[in-house]
Each structure stands twice: as structure tokens, then as C-alpha cells.
Write a protein that binds this ligand. Structure first.
Ligand code: NAD
Length: 296
């Protein structure tokens, strides 16, 4: 079997077109969704993520309040930026690009963001709501993975899902979304990690394997059952002298071989990546609708 490739770029583009229409409809009611973006320091990867997020906001008509701050900023100064954005009625979502410098207490910063503007879904109040099945901002990458599955026609209900990775931003929230009694969930989920005794034993029986380990070739063809759905969240740089940058991006899955066994598979790049930003835009638009009293 050769897998059908899930086109994350196209699915994301379709969702963004719908969001652009939502934003235009909101504008007619005098509502412009606003996103406050905080970037501390000049890490090139963080800079390029933030630039991509701002460009995506512009494309669909979301106002973005850009805060590029020095790496030497104090905790107090950073908190004052968060407080200003918390109070600003034009701002419906606050995004703090992680990681923050070692001198900053990251948890204190995330806790200071108004949960009603926490479009990353990292505030413990939103995490608690998600775990207990209440309406909350869902973290963007896990939610993007679930939307990719749904829009590709994959039946999640009753499926055996194996997630490889237990981070707070991908593995754990994804497991929590997929086990909820909800249209996004009802799966039977196993979460594997570096202390899992026999990873292949788990992945081999899964209907859906989701790799979020951050290590190339973590998932090879012998670890997948015929016809499984394989979602690759990993983004890893590997040296490649044929590329201008000197490297190329690969996922956690041995794509070339696994695609011969799976029924559906995401590429890297062009799979989960475009969905992450799309779900951030989605959360910002939902937040603006909520603030304007247009949602229950
Ligand atoms: P992380 O390093 O915080 O967590 C990785 C997890 O994988 C850990 O829980 C670890 O226990 C597990 N793990 C690592 N190697 C393993 C192995 N061999 N077997 C079993 N478990 C293993 O990483 P993260 O922040 O969750 O990100 C994971 C990957 O996803 C990274 O490559 C990251 O760049 C990528 N990512 C992509 C997006 C996107 O939008 N596409 C967003 C977030 C993260």
C-alpha cells in the first residue's frame, strides 16, 4: 500500500479562507480581532516563527501588536508588557514566543496572561478546563493535529492511537483532547516516551500513530501496521550540503519507507506545521467573537 499524503498546506489554506470570511463579517460589526505578540531576544528560529505568525494575522485581517523585546529585559518589565496587553480592549489574544531567556521565570509569565486571552492554551486554567472537558482555548499544535485527522476523513472515535512524546505543548494535551467524550475525541490513547520499554510493541498495534519526539527516524516502517494513519509532528534539522542553508527539515518518521505501509501520512514540511498557526488564528478569532458577546 502506498499512503495518500495529507496536504496540511491545503487544509490550512481552506481553514484560513473561512477565518478570513469570519473576520470580514466581524469587521462589519465593528470588531477587529487583535493579537499581542511578545518576542524576547533574537533567537533566529523564534524570530522566524513570530514573523510567520504576524504575516498570517495580516493575511486574514487580524490586528497584531508587535513587542520585540531585548534579551536583557527584567521580569518586572516583561510583566508590565503582559499587563498592558491584558488590559487593552483591542487585544483578544496574547502570544509569548517560547522559549524565554533563562533569566525569566517562564511559568510566572504564562500565569500572568489573562486566561480569556490565552490563545496558546498554556495557562493552567485553560489546561484544567481542557482536561475536564470544558470549553477552553485548545493548544494550537495538538488541535491542529486533530483537525488534520478530521478533515482527512479519519475516524477518531474508537481508534487505537499511540502518541510518541509527552511534552506539555504536544503529547500531553493531544492525549487529553483525544480521550474526551467529544467529536474531537473518543479514542483509546497510549502515550509513549523515553522510558517506554518497547516502543514498537505499542506503535505496531495502533490505528493512528502520532510522532512528537523531536528525533529523526524515531518511527520506521517495521513499527507500523499496514494501513495505519501516521502523523508526524517532529521538525528536525539535518545537515544537507546540497541546500543553500546547509540543512533540510525532516520529521520524526522515516517518511519514504513508512509511506509504503501507511494509508495516510503527513509530510514534513507541509503537514502539521501550517495547521499550528491556523489554530492560533482560529483561537484569536474565537476570542474576539466571545469578547464581542457573539458566542455563548
Ligand atoms: P520535547 O523535546 O519537549 O518532547 C519530546 C518528547 O518525546 C519527550 O516527552 C520524550 O520523552 C519523547 N521522546 C523523545 N525521543 C523518544 C524516543 N526515542 N522514544 C519515545 N519517546 C521519545 O518536544 P516537543 O516540544 O513536544 O516537540 C516535539 C517535536 O515536535 C519537535 O521536533 C518539535 O520541533 C516539533 N514541534 C512541531 C510543531 C509544529 O508546529 N509542527 C509544534 C511543536 C513542536
Amino acid at each position: 500500500m502506498t499512503a495518500k499524503i495529507i496536504d496540511g498546506k491545503q487544509i490550512a489554506a481552506d481553514m484560513r479562507a473561512k477565518l478570513r470570511a469570519d473576520v470580514a463579517a466581524l469587521a462589519k460589526k465593528g470588531v477587529v480581532p487583535g493579537l499581542g505578540v511578545i518576542l524576547v531576544g533574537d533567537d533566529p528560529a523564534s524570530k522566524s516563527y513570530v514573523t510567520a505568525k504576524q504575516k498570517a494575522c495580516e493575511e486574514i485581517g487580524i490586528y497584531s501588536d508587535d513587542n520585540r523585546l531585548s534579551a536583557s529585559i527584567s521580569q518586572k518589565e516583561l510583566m508590565s508588557h503582559i499587563n498592558r496587553l491584558n488590559k487593552d480592549p483591542r487585544i483578544h489574544g496574547i502570544l509569548t514566543q517560547l522559549p524565554l531567556p533563562d533569566t525569566i521565570d517562564e511559568l510566572e509569565v504564562l500565569m500572568a496572561i489573562d486566561p480569556a486571552k490565552d490563545v496558546d492554551g498554556f495557562h493552567p486554567i485553560n489546561v484544567g478546563k481542557m482536561v475536564t472537558g470544558q470549553k477552553a482555548f485548545l493548544p494550537c499544535t495538538p488541535h491542529g493535529v486533530v483537525q488534520l485527522l478530521i478533515k482527512s476523513g479519519v475516524k477518531i472515535e474508537g481508534a487505537d492511537v499511540v502518541i510518541v512524546g509527552r511534552s506539555n505543548i504536544v503529547g500531553k494535551p493531544l492525549a487529553n483532547i483525544l480521550i474526551q467524550k467529544s467529536p474531537l475525541g473518543n479514542a483509546t490513547v497510549t502515550v509513549c516516551h523515553t522510558r517506554t520499554r518497547n516502543l514498537a510493541e505499542h506503535t505496531k498495534r495502533a490505528d493512528i500513530v502520532i510522532a512528537a519526539a523531536g528525533c529523526p527516524n524515531t518511527i520506521t516502517a517495521d513499527m507500523i501496521k499496514d494501513g495505519a494513519v501516521v502523523i508526524d509532528v517532529g521538525v528536525n534539522r539535518v545537515e544537507d550540503s546540497t541546500k543553500k542553508a546547509g540543512y533540510r527539515l525532516v520529521g520524526d518518521v522515516d517518511f519514504e519507507n513508512v509511506k509504503e505501509k501507511a494509508s495516510l501520512i503527513t509530510p514534513v514540511p507541509g503537514g502539521v506545521g501550517p495547521m499550528t498557526i491556523t489554530m492560533l488564528l482560529y483561537n484569536a478569532v474565537e476570542s474576539a467573537k466571545h469578547a464581542a458577546g457573539l458566542l455563548k
